[in-house]
Design a protein around this ligand. Sequence first.
Ligand SMILES: [Zn+2]
Length: 124
Amino acid sequence: MDKTKLRNDIILILSLLLVAAVTLIVLLTRTTPGKKTAHISVSNQEVEVVDLSKNEDKEYLINGTNGVLHVHTHEGAIAVIESNCPHQDCVHMGYISEAGRSIVCIYNQVIITIDGEPINDVEL
Ligand SMILES: [Zn+2]
């Protein structure tokens, strides 16, 4: 048995394993599953950043341009549960949880958007 050839084979296998391990680590850290944050802004000014991956049951009071919005988080979703706006469109949006979704209250100039890994469901 050629010892040099065997050593070279071992080095090759080890480096392949290393490449595979590094690739896996990069993939895992890059796409943290379920990592979601909701960004709440009033008149294009970010006023609150909520980590939805914590699954917290929490209420936030957001001072809109014409009144206060009651924003609620529940099981990784966020909703406007109370608002003084005339059409209540933001309240009717209900809970949103997917990245890319947003709730807009034009009356109070409040925008809630969700950032994070997009869920690859076929919903176009
Ligand atoms: Zn509204």
